[in-house]
Design a protein around this ligand. Sequence first.
Ligand code: BGC
Length: 751
Amino acid sequence: MRRKMLCLALLGFALSLGARDKKMDAYVSRLMSKMTLSEKIGQLNLLPGGDVTTGAAMNNELGTLIAQGQLGAVLNTVGRDKIQAMQKIAVEQSRLGIPLLVGLDVIHGYQTIYPIPLAQSCSWDVEGIEAGARIAAEEATSDGINWTFSPMVDIALDPRWGRIAEGSGEDPYLGSLIAQAMVRGYQGDFSSRHDILACLKHYALYGAVEAGRDYNTVDMSHLRMYNQYFPPYKAAVEAGVGSVMTSFNLVDGQHATANRWLLRDVLRQQWGFQDFTVTDYGSIGEMTSHGFGDLKHNSELAINAGTDMDMCATGFQQHLETLVKEGKVSKKTIDEACRRILEAKYKLGLFDEPYRHCNMSDDEQAAHLFTDAHRKAARDFTAETFVLLKNEGQILPLKKSARIALIGPNGDTTDGLLGTWVVARPKSNSYPSLRQAIEEAVKGQGEVYFAQGCNIAPYGRMREAGTSWYIPVVDAEKAHREAMAAAAKADVIVCAMGEGADYSGESHSRVTLDMPETQMALLRDLATLGKPIVLLNFAGRPTTMAWEKEHIPAIMNVWFGGTEMAPALCDVLFGDKVPSGHLTTTLPQHAGQVPLYYNHLNTGRPTNDYEPTFRLYSSNYFEVSNGPAWPFGFGLSYTTFEYGTMNVEQNGRTLKASVTVKNTGDYDATEVVQCYIRDIACRYSRPVKELKGFERVTLRKGESKTVTITLTQESLSFYDENGKLIFEPGEFDIMMGSNSRDVQQKRVTVM
Ligand code: BGC
């Protein structure tokens, strides 16, 4: 049903675009007939916006470029008035008055900050994610932004890579659904002033950088690209994403920004993308270090390969005109790139109303920014992103009448809750820290004793003090004493520990995944008190928790949850809401296992993932078994769910896998029922498991429901190395369960 509605919506969207296309074509053709070559090239340049209102030297230069029609777009300017000033120069002082695209990384919210995308994916709530993107679009477009550099849909298997925080985890199927939801949420149908142009990134394979080190190289088979890494990009293109950002890395030894196969053959010919492409920040310049040549040569390579806009390298600005004169770049290529960018401006309604995103009055604007309604939606959604990993002795939920010791570096921070990419963050005191939220929640009933307890982490090479930007540096011995004293008075200890909000994101790679030793030492001491302990594990990536898993009775991964994280966490901690998040990345036992992901290929000498002893001449390690600490798809609840026997009905190549799930515990709650397949024998080796469907099902206490997942021929197919979808008849295992490990399985033959 949902699928049918989606198809109808997409069809309607396509039809309305079709009608508009003709008008758009005529408009853009007329405009382009008046443009000089230099003005056309001007549209292909994207530079940092800065602030033309201050009149500082650099900004005057920017103003001049805009007035001369030499700039098509700006990025990284925050604030309606500054943006309006730039737009005014473009519209009123440039010869043809072409408005600017105004871009920003609105990645998980503008002012109402949502959880980091990795956390969002753990909700498996695709509609909730779409609604969050919609809120981000409404807020950003009320403050002058008309283009967001999101969604980031890079599949990432290596938690050392800090940008794993920005994506939707390791699964191409779930990642594709989320990519489409975000595009829908951002762009709508381009009919409202709050529809924002989305930018799919980073095309392609950026999530596969070697050793998890940012900006590093990538090398991969085409078979793997098509099956494991490309699906979310392709899905976003199918949902109509209006721009695509190239990645920093190589693909087949060529830079993604100058890769004709990637940009023309796959993106445009195979997937039908018709809009514009933009480089990542300075990529054309970086091609020199990769060893491709100088800026001029790289500009030639990039535009000829299919890159339309140069973000901040100024290669197009400096060299394209000469390259055209020298016959190295054709006028047709410039025309095509320019047309696509003008079309994006047309779709956004900028030619009719150039100030539509930057002309609200203060009052009008206030009705769209960080509103109560947005914050309420964020709070409800954020509660769905926490993943309960362990809850021995039902320590959670807590009683509001309890005496609670809240301990740890993340316990009383506000900025530190937001996560990576919060360019337009609201004021730190406009939303609560966890300490404030818990104090509010237990007011008149319980007690809260807060102590930071330790410094967040001494990562030697990270900033001078080796601490987070957001967490104060404290006297370690004194802090430790205070924490032990607070814990001694309490009935329960809640630890707000783990990573700092700035340990993940761009250029934030790690080699260890453990909790920093400063915090571990404190946690170990707290555990000796023999009191119930809850670990709230703050993380921007999958982290390792070997000691914690063994010794701490209750563990919940809470990621970084944005402005409403603290109240949302209280909702869950005190049982007003029940956790329902499920992992979208595998949590390894040890960093030495990475990359570790559920949908891997088999070896010729497999061992059981949980085999306790080492086996010589099998594929395994000395120290730990192959399996994860917690598998993909895992997540506990305060209630219990009982799964009936799975049934698979077959009708030709369509399968209906169903299972009855009963809520057998004491709370109304939501479960994520998952369906996996395995292609048993095939011309290519296929993964041991692949997610092909899921349903979030909400059940009252005692209620049961049958969940049916329909698998089509497409679900059972895979891509060959040329991107052709292939179905091979034969045997398949169909699996259903509550995570990728605990599944029931039936073998079927599909001819
Ligand atoms: C990042 C992109 C981002 C761009 C603009 C780059 O460094 O890789 O994800 O959109 O900067 O801020």
